[in-house]
Write a protein that binds this ligand. Structure first.
Ligand SMILES: [Fe+2]
Ligand SMILES: [Fe+2]
Length: 491
């Protein structure tokens, strides 16, 4: 496929002209193009908050269309007539075993076929229409099964209800349909806006996205449990609130801080420990509190107070999830490295704090229901969904970023920090005043995900890649390597 010129496409789109891309196989380049196109189109319509949902839905439809094309190729290879009911049953059994889940094995054959998938997007008066076609007419039996599945899916209230029902599905497409319908419902889109049909030659899936939406959030028992859990979380202790105030006061005297600090021996020890850690004054031992405060500075002291208090409250109240905090430490370090590399020195402490606390919502989520969170994680990785947040929303009714935001607001944490916690998976939705901070938190988390093979570099939002001039896979790898080296050295 030729590289797609996004600004040109958007110009056509704005003139209400349909824009389209065609491809044989939805590889990385296609995924990146699709993400960038959707981000541009949705932000034009103030619907950027729908980005992950739309990417998930379109990906699902596109993979199914490609699967349908692959099925034609596979049947031909096996010399089976796809229109003969008996051959169909035999063929589909083998297809499920050999191809579904490893579609990439047919990538070359798809490229050499004339079976393309086309996505067209067109702006209309009150909606945007997405049409996905593939030149293989859907089998009538299959179409009926899908229609029944769609009707059934409309009745589910959340994703967990559907799971057991569709698990035994013949072609593995059932779960995808339920996913699409629930995502639509969660965003306030009538599921009847999603249709599938054929004219005997091509299969056509259409989705109309209204420009005006009235989302109705999914409410589940677990969501209620989570809200209750958040209500039960205490606020920061009084002396910490006093200290935080002092740190933000430009005219403060160090002795005022140390006087308050002294009443909390554990905290005083932590301050001394930090002042004596690598990165501050190497080779010199800091023994008294006021020297320690001066060594680390008020910004770092503020971060330390927030992190220690937040972790203590969560650890006392919920299960201890060392792994999450370890991941947060890593993200914080990566965020520092990114801010340093891009000479954004004024926000180094801020992004570090964002990294340290970005996933705090996960602690509550995991404590309330471990099974469902693990199930979501598996589904997200199996179906290559960019972020777990969309799945959390339709399964539980709230995502870990949403939970984090509720807790951070309750603790009256600084605005930039609340914003980074809430949008660390959807940076384009963040308030533009905190764009640099949120982008760095997002990128640091993404690099950690790439390193642990949960994410792919092309999941990155195009605007973020451009902001940090990351144009290729190797740009991401180099930055990842730099972050990793510095983290390992400091550890
Ligand atoms: Fe996260
Ligand atoms: Fe994270």
């Amino acid at each position: 496929m030729m590289p797609v010129n996004i600004p040109q496409l958007i110009a056509h789109f704005d003139k209400n002209e349909p824009v389209s891309i065609s491809f044989y196989y939805p590889n990385e380049a296609i995924s990146r193009t699709l993400n960038a196109m959707l981000a541009a189109i949705l932000s034009k319509n103030d619907q950027i908050y729908l980005l992950d949902m739309m990417i998930t839905i379109l990906r699902e439809i596109i993979v199914n269309a490609t699967k349908a094309n692959a099925k034609r190729i596979y049947f031909k290879k096996l010399n089976l007539d796809i229109n003969d009911p008996q051959s169909y049953t035999t063929g589909i059994e083998h297809f499920k075993k050999d191809i579904v889940g490893q579609l990439d094995t047919l990538e070359n054959e798809l490229k050499n076929s004339n079976l393309k998938v086309t996505l067209s997007i067109c702006k209309e008066d009150k909606s945007i229409t997405f049409i996905i076609t593939n030149p293989a007419a859907i089998h009538s039996e299959e179409l009926n099964r899908i229609k029944i599945r769609i009707e059934k899916a409309k009745e589910y209230l959340d994703f967990t209800q559907a799971y057991e029902d569709v698990y035994d599905d013949t072609e593995g497409a059932g779960l995808g349909i339920v996913l699409v319908i629930l995502l639509l419902k969660n965003a306030g889109i009538d599921p009847s806006n999603y249709t599938i049909g054929t004219d005997g030659k091509v299969t056509r899936v259409a989705l109309s996205l209204p420009l005006q939406l009235r989302p109705e959030a999914i409410t589940t028992k677990i969501k209620q449990q989570i809200i209750n859990a958040i209500q039960g979380i205490p606020t920061f202790p009084d002396h910490i609130l006093v200290l935080l105030q002092l740190c933000r006061n430009k005219e403060v005297e160090i002795k005022d801080i140390t006087m308050t600090l002294m009443h909390d021996p554990a905290l005083s020890t932590d301050v001394l420990k930090l002042a004596n850690s690598a990165g501050f004054v190497p080779g010199k031992r800091v023994n008294n509190l006021s020297e320690a405060v001066m060594t680390i500075g008020l910004k770092n002291l503020e971060s330390l107070l927030i992190t220690i208090s937040a972790r203590k409250i969560l650890d006392d109240r919920f299960q201890k999830f060392e792994q999450i905090w370890e991941h947060c430490n890593r993200v914080a370090s990566y965020a520092r490295t990114i801010a340093t590399k891009y000479k954004m020195n004024a926000i180094i402490e801020k992004v570090s704090l964002c990294g340290l606390l970005h996933d705090l919502g996960k602690i509550v989520l995991l404590s309330v229901d471990l099974d469902i969170t693990q199930w979501i994680a598996k589904l997200v990785s199996d179906r290559r969904i960019r972020t777990s947040t969309v799945m959390e929303e339709i399964s539980i009714g709230i995502s870990h970023s949403g939970i984090g935001e509720l807790i951070a607001s309750k603790w009256q944490l600084p605005e930039y920090l609340i914003e980074a916690i809430q949008h660390h998976h959807a940076p384009l939705s963040a308030d533009s005043r905190f764009k640099d901070i949120v982008f760095i938190t997002y990128l640091a988390n993404l690099l950690c995900g790439i390193e642990s093979r949960r994410y792919f570099y092309y999941y990155c939002d195009d605007e973020v890649s451009r902001y940090f001039t990351l144009q290729s896979k190797s740009d991401f790898e180099n930055l990842g390597k730099l972050c990793q080296d510095i983290y390992n050295k400091l550890k």
